[in-house]
Design a protein around this ligand. Structure first.
Ligand code: NAP
Length: 212
């Protein structure tokens, strides 16, 4: 499939692009800054598409079969950017995917999205993620919504804990393993129309996904 990675210069997205290199998929890296193009090509992106989530993005969806949404406004911007990127940007990508008849949509969401009001500091972010996820669930797209806990830059363990809602949230998860999950779900039909949380755990990623 032709896979559009949205937020391609992000830390999880770059791990996903490395993973995609070892598959039959063709990677289209969507970035907003042309200076990032060369390094993403060196990482394994087949094509680079310039598009800013705060502007028109329709040109990015030509010949695309699947989307991995891994963009986010980040912790250093204000709530306005959370609304514009994590909520409105995600909704724009979902709507463009529908319009361009993209078959498959893998959303990088967040743990805590089930009950945003339980969070101490990032309620607004979790509400934004939840509303974007809800928009995706209401669409006709073949979606998978992946909700990791706190992300770390440690090396991949290759093993995760995967449940619809994880009760014991003591651990974190590596960005590398989140990326492996995002890429592995692309053509796993048993993950279609599914939403789940992930943390570092004891089960091989492949096995955990097959059990869904
Ligand atoms: P990251 O490194 O901050 O990557 C986010 C990417 O989004 C950046 O490359 C950024 O582009 C891109 N982006 C922002 N605004 C954009 C715009 N207007 N148009 C196009 N692209 C835009 O984040 P990460 O660490 O990979 O994490 C990915 C996501 O995981 C987070 O955004 C969050 O929603 C989710 N998550 C995070 C945690 C956590 O513990 N941090 C936990 C659960 C879920 P530039 O490179 O150009 O700035």
């Amino acid at each position: 499939m032709n896979v559009l990675v949205v937020g391609a210069n992000g830390q999880v997205a770059k791990e996903a692009i490395k993973e995609l290199k070892d598959t039959d998929h063709k990677t289209f890296a969507m970035i907003r800054n042309n200076e990032q193009a060369q390094s993403l090509k060196e990482l394994g992106a087949d094509e680079v598409v310039l598009a800013d989530l705060e502007k028109d993005i329709s040109h990015a969806f030509k010949h695309i079969d699947a989307v991995i949404f891994a963009a986010g406004s980040g912790g250093h911007t204000g709530a306005d950017k959370t609304i514009l990127i994590d909520l409105w940007g995600a909704i724009k990508v979902i709507d463009q995917a529908i319009e361009h008849k993209v078959n498959r949509f893998v959303m990088l969401s967040s743990m805590g999205t089930v009950e945003p009001e339980q969070s101490d500091k990032i309620k607004h972010y979790l509400v934004a993620k939840k509303l974007a996820d809800d928009h995706l669930k209401r669409s006709e797209l073949n979606y998978t919504i992946v909700r990791p806990g706190s992300l770390t830059n440690e090396e991949s363990l290759g093993k995760i804990k995967l449940e619809q809602v994880i009760q014991n949230r003591d651990t974190t998860i590596t960005r590398a393993d989140v990326a492996k999950v995002l890429v592995a779900t692309l053509d796993k039909e048993n993950t279609f129309q599914q939403t789940f949380e992930i943390l570092n755990g004891d089960t091989d990623i492949e096995e955990a996904l097959n059990r869904i």
